[in-house]
Design a protein around this ligand. Structure first.
Ligand code: XIL
Length: 383
């Protein structure tokens, strides 16, 4: 009995000191550390929303913005015409409400994870422009309307710009069905459904010069037509050595000059070798052992390299905090990151701030300390 009491006292003591450590000013939450700079977000997967993710749950307090990794996409919310499913989406909104976090809706109009019925007309013919437009407007009015006042930011159109070639726009089924103005129409519909929501154009690799020019052109033309677009989302599926900081910086400057806010919407820093630097979900590459070097664990030196890379990225983003409003990680811990399966299936990647046990990695501590250190030494080199 006496041992049990002693054990109880010791356990309570350990708990209390763990709690104190979490809450000392030296390790504030990430959201707190960056509160003067921008929101710090995370995408939550289905398991987390269903309450089946014991690894992420204890660290969700580090974030003050949440995006659904899949739960608000067209296939999750509208499996068939006339059928809407919001169970998981509602859970995300509820998790965010409990900790007073901003909710980001992802995504209204995209070429991927979108059921075919959106584009099919009667008699197996392709849907007419009118039918596709009507379906688009129904989707947008229903989702944005349902969460009006609760979802503050929407990724309205996702990945509309083409990667290569002279064509500006990707041949999305939405473009085929409606025409190039599907983008403008989507933003108008979202604005009509919630005039206070921040509306985002979201895409990958748009920090790189070629794709950036196309994006700037699209955004300028939308602005000239008075289309309500408020921000550009740079996804940020990056690696240890790409893109370079100068590229990111000039993109922030260029988008800022247009009067748009920038959100880094899907940040992760892969540590694995890659032949593909984009994030087109349609791309698949073959796995071989050389492409999957850290199956047994992340070497300390690589974890340090990643921490340094994260630090450099965030130091840059902080210097542009007048333009950058939010930085969202695409996942919470390494074990559930989509990068384990992209662009090669079945690898072991380590792109996030928390490891497979939910423990903070060197990159976490580097970022956590960055704002305070930079403020104490404003003249020091923070790059
Ligand atoms: C990814 C999810 O993380 C995966 O779970 C899913 O299988 C495919 O989509 N760009 C986007 C995100 O805008 O929605 C994608 O998310 C990653 C690339």
């Amino acid at each position: 009995m006496r041992f049990r009491i002693l054990f109880l006292i010791l356990s309570l003591g350990a708990l209390a000191s763990a709690f104190a450590r979490q809450n000392t000013p030296k390790t504030p939450t990430l959201a707190k550390a960056f509160e003067r700079d921008f929101l710090i977000g995370a995408a939550l997967g289905g398991q987390t929303l269903l309450g089946e993710d014991a690894i992420s749950a204890p660290v969700l307090g580090h974030f003050n913005a949440f995006t659904a990794e899949n739960a608000m996409k067209p296939d999750a919310t509208q499996p068939q015409e006339g059928v809407f499913r919001f169970e998981q989406a509602d859970k995300l909104v509820e998790i965010a409400r409990k900790q007073n976090a901003t909710v980001v809706g992802h995504t209204l109009i995209w070429h991927s994870q979108t059921p075919r019925w959106f584009f099919e007309g009667p008699d197996n013919k392709p849907a007419t422009r009118e039918l596709a437009l009507q379906r688009m407007r129904t989707r947008i009015a229903t989702l944005v309307g349902r969460y009006k006042g609760r979802i503050a930011q929407w990724d309205v159109v996702n990945e509309a710009i083409s990667d290569g070639g002279d064509d500006m726009l990707r041949q999305s089924p939405w473009r085929t069905a409606i025409g190039d103005d599907y983008i403008a129409e989507a933003f108008r519909a979202a604005h009509a459904a919630d005039p206070k929501a921040t509306l985002i154009y979201n895409d990958y690799s748009i920090e790189n010069p070629g794709k950036r020019e196309k994006t700037l052109k699209l955004l300028k033309s939308l602005r000239d037509q008075n289309v309500p677009v408020h921000a550009v989302g740079i996804q940020g599926h990056w690696g240890l050595d790409y893109p370079d900081l100068a590229t990111i910086e000039s993109a922030l400057t260029d988008f800022g000059k247009l009067g748009l806010k920038v959100m880094i919407t899907e940040l992760d820093v892969s540590v694995l070798p890659t032949r593909y630097r984009g994030a087109d979900v349609g791309v698949r590459q073959e796995r071989d052992a050389a492409m999957d070097p850290y199956v047994a664990g992340l070497p300390e030196a690589v974890a340090r390299q990643q921490a340094e890379r994260y630090r450099a990225i965030f130091a840059l983003l902080r210097r542009h905090r007048d333009v950058v409003d939010r930085v969202t990680f695409w996942g919470v811990h390494d074990g559930q990151s989509w990068k384990n399966n992209f662009p090669i299936r079945g690898r072991t990647d380590y792109p996030l701030l928390f490891d497979r046990q939910g423990k903070p990695k060197p990159a976490f501590f580097e970022l956590n300390a960055l704002p305070a250190a930079a403020r104490q030494q404003p003249a020091a080199n923070t790059q």
